[in-house]
Design a protein around this ligand. Structure first.
Ligand code: FUL
Length: 449
């Protein structure tokens, strides 16, 4: 018996398996299923009307007269957002909680006579509302005296431990890569920070430009690449100067599963400025961002900056509410439901069917339907495989092209021309490995989009 062909075949199988077997962790899957989350940028900048504080702000200016975390969580919940990430400390170093390691915090503000704790109130309100809670703790600290020396890493870790032990479950920790000019000789000990998070909050996902769990999408405008892989290779990349184009599209051959998070502010700036009241994104614009983030295999992280009174502005609240109502209307009726196996329309990404590369998979609506939106989802618990696909529709006498696209991943949403048809067919043109299609959907968009 000739051994060579058998060995060659085995080798082929092993390489096929290893090249396509980058899988998400449970915490990453749970994170991506949230789809839409909120950011809340709030600190002394809210009162000085700045985007970046320089650390010399007096804590006495922090005095939100009408602060109510329940107003934030109600707005988030009513609009279908699943988590709020709070800037516990931004670059100015002012802490929104009673940190033992600095005086530059709410404890020296007039707010609640120095007894208040924004982190506590927001985390409690999130828990009550059934929302997840996350923290942004800026490594760049323009107030702290030890910043720029190695001792700062300890200071940062002490503050991180406070946030991770005193406020219940933390679902995400946001590591911003920004660094001051005065810190050229200091390196942030990111690995040390990450070890603390894993130890104290093992289910939290960690964001930085390059992960370890979720990555920056390469812009602050809220959109992922049309081609978007959850996988990237971080070898040789550094937080703070990663290739934004690479982060935007990911890498089919990437070694690690690190899905992009698409952060963007509902207003021009990250913090509240009255002068930007006319820059609030419209519901239509937010819906468009949903297509370009969640609908391109990312997660949508939308910032709503509380104003000086400590509340979300009504315009912002109304805009996210209307965004959700439009999305609910568009995706209310999946025309594929009951026309194919339930596995593909049960809204569960873990139940899927295999498709073969190059073969048509056909769906008969058994009546004429109008379609202008397409949804595909892969069972990402088994990896991200689809590299390109085409969809055709029956025009009554022949098959016509409806759309061609590249990656799918957790979710792909496509806007197409409005067509009327009785059947469609899907063909996967290229895939990295075994294709597990979890969901398929065809919709007619809301007139409000
Ligand atoms: C950036 C910061 O410099 C901005 O102020 C904002 O917090 C944004 C989300 O991240 O790096």
């Amino acid at each position: 018996m000739k051994l060579y062909p058998i060995l060659a075949f085995l080798f082929f199988l092993i390489t096929l398996k290893s090249s396509s077997q980058v899988l998400p962790s449970t915490r990453q899957i749970q994170w991506q299923k949230m789809e839409t989350t909120l950011f809340a940028h709030f600190t002394v900048n809210t009162f000085t009307d700045k985007e970046w504080g320089d650390g010399t702000e007096s804590p006495s200016i922090f005095n939100p007269t009408n602060f109510d975390a329940h107003q934030w969580t109600k707005a988030a919940k009513d609009a279908g957002f699943k988590m709020i990430i709070l800037t516990a400390k931004h670059h100015d170093g002012f802490c929104l909680w009673q940190s033992k390691f600095t005086n530059h915090s709410v404890k020296n503000s007039p707010w609640k006579n120095g007894k208040g704790d924004v982190v506590k109130e927001v985390s409690d309100a999130c828990r009550e509302a059934g929302l997840k809670f996350g923290v942004y703790l800026s490594p760049w600290d323009r107030h702290e005296a030890s910043y720029g020396t190695d001792a700062y890493n300890n200071h940062y870790k002490n503050q991180l431990r406070e946030l991770l032990t005193n406020y219940g479950k933390i679902s995400e920790v946001w590591f911003d890569g920004a660094k001051g000019e005065n810190a050229k000789n200091m390196s942030y000990d990111f690995q040390g920070y990450w070890d603390i998070v894993r130890q104290l909050q093992p289910n939290a996902v960690m964001f930085s430009d390059i992960g370890p769990d979720v990555r920056w999408v390469g812009n602050e405008s809220g959109f992922a690449g049309e081609t978007c892989w959850s996988t990237i290779t971080t070898d040789g990349m550094a937080i703070g100067n990663a290739d934004s184009k690479y982060l935007n599209t990911g890498d089919a051959n990437g070694k690690s599963w690190i899905t992009p998070e698409c952060d963007v502010s509902i207003r021009k700036g990250w913090f509240f400025h009255k002068s930007e009241n006319n820059t609030v994104k419209t519901p239509k614009e937010l819906v468009e961002l949903y297509y370009k983030s969640v609908g391109r295999n990312g997660l949508f992280l939308l910032n709503i900056p509380p104003n000086k009174t400590g509340l979300f502005e009504e315009t912002d609240v109304n805009s996210i509410k209307e965004m959700r109502s439009i999305l609910n209307e568009t995706f209310k009726t999946n025309l594929a439901k009951n026309k194919t196996t339930n596995l593909l329309t049960d809204k569960k990404i873990e139940t899927s069917i295999h498709l073969k590369i190059g073969q048509f998979w056909e769906l008969n609506f058994k009546q004429n339907v109008k379609i202008d939106r397409v949804l595909l989802q892969e069972n990402i618990t088994k990896g991200q495989m689809i590299e390109s696909f085409s969809i055709q529709y029956w025009d009554g006498s022949k098959w016509q092209n409806l759309c061609d696209a590249t990656t799918v991943g957790y979710k792909k949403l496509l806007k197409t021309n409005l067509i009327e048809t009785s059947k469609i067919r899907l063909k996967i043109n290229k895939a990295k490995g075994v294709i597990n299609l979890a969901e398929i959907g065809f919709y007619k968009a809301s007139g409000k989009e």
